[in-house]
Design a protein around this ligand. Structure first.
Ligand code: RIB
Ligand code: CA
Length: 310
């Protein structure tokens, strides 16, 4: 059970993220995973403005003792309109645990140029995990066409396929934040794994379960502080769902879920269909997470974060 560590080469990940409480847990999972190298973190607006997302990524890496991981800042705005931070879920600061201000700064390269350089200098060996809006990936294709296919893989947290959204009745936050970028990336036809809300809703914990957890080691304790802090910030919160952590879990251990192979698009017409993800054909290039092996996912959390009581 859990990830196989006997890889012939490390699994190299770039995490594209808008941290974000669940992003933070996902990043810590990746940092804790044996045989995995987080070669960089690229940031963008979404849950919080870009500057705050970048600060949060730097602060989280510093708290994890991993300020060696480069952080490259990306999009401050979606391809159309502007980002609308999800303060209700993540709070104004974006994290649910107070972290010291980072002493490191983001690198000078933009997220798009960092992604292009990292992927093309390691063709077929870097997996991109997208945990926020798809603006950086869309801009990557604009400015460096042909780079995405050189990635070893692409895992995306986003969408609500045949499932209720979490921003509107039909749309999920990452896609709703920049559906033009999402439609662009999905239309490229590159193979990708998409972890949507229907999958993520299969793995969550209650307030009571979270309160009963303990963690071994600094990364697991920091991740637990994020989840317990999220519950503490609002007494009405009853269930924490592992959105971005499930995307990282699938990058580490594809057996965590079955998939349907579909082609998808994102709604870009203003109105009720804005950001809606719909299947346009089956089969297709997108491996849509379908049935999640929840015990396997939670075993991964125990293995990586040392969480006890799950
Ligand atoms: O809808 C969930 C997604 O939106 C997650 O990536 C969460 O961090 C928010 O960005
Ligand atoms: Ca996110």
């Amino acid at each position: 059970m859990g990830i196989s560590v006997n890889r012939d080469a490390p699994l190299r990940l770039v995490l594209d993220t808008d941290p974000g409480v669940d992003d933070a847990v996902a990043i810590l999972m990746a940092l804790a995973a044996p045989g995995v190298e987080v070669v960089g973190v690229t940031t963008l607006g979404g849950n919080v403005p870009r500057a705050r997302a970048t600060r949060n990524a730097l602060a989280l890496l510093q708290a994890a003792g991993r300020s060696d991981v480069p952080v490259a800042a990306g999009a401050a705005r979606p391809r159309t309109g502007r980002f609308r931070p999800s303060v209700a879920f993540h709070g104004p600061g974006g994290l649910s645990a107070r972290l010291p201000e980072p002493s490191a700064a983001a690198i000078g390269q933009t997220a798009v140029d960092f992604l292009a350089e990292t992927v093309t200098s390691n063709p077929g060996r870097v997996t991109i995990v997208a945990l926020g809006p798809l603006t950086n990936l869309s801009r990557l294709e604009d400015r460096h066409p042909g780079v995405l296919p050189q990635a070893a893989g692409l895992v995306i947290m986003g969408g609500a396929v045949d499932a209720p959204g979490n921003v509107t009745a039909r749309a999920e936050f990452n896609i709703h934040s920049d559906p033009v970028a999402a439609a662009h990336v999905l239309a490229l036809g590159h193979p990708a794994t998409l972890v949507d809300l229907a999958a993520c809703r299969q793995v969550g914990i209650s307030r009571q379960q979270a309160a009963g957890l303990s963690a071994d080691g600094p990364l697991g304790q920091l991740a637990l502080r994020m989840v317990q802090g999220w519950f503490a910030r609002d007494a009405r919160r009853e269930r924490f769902e592992f959105y971005d952590p499930l995307a990282v879990a699938l990058a580490l251990d594809p057996a965590v879920a079955t998939v349907r192979r579909v082609a998808l698009t994102a709604g870009t017409t203003p109105g009720e269909h804005w950001g809606e993800t719909t299947v346009t054909s089956e089969p297709g290039p997108i491996a849509l997470a379908h049935q999640v092996d929840a015990p396997r996912f939670f075993a991964l959390l125990r293995q990586l974060l040392g969480w006890q009581g799950l």
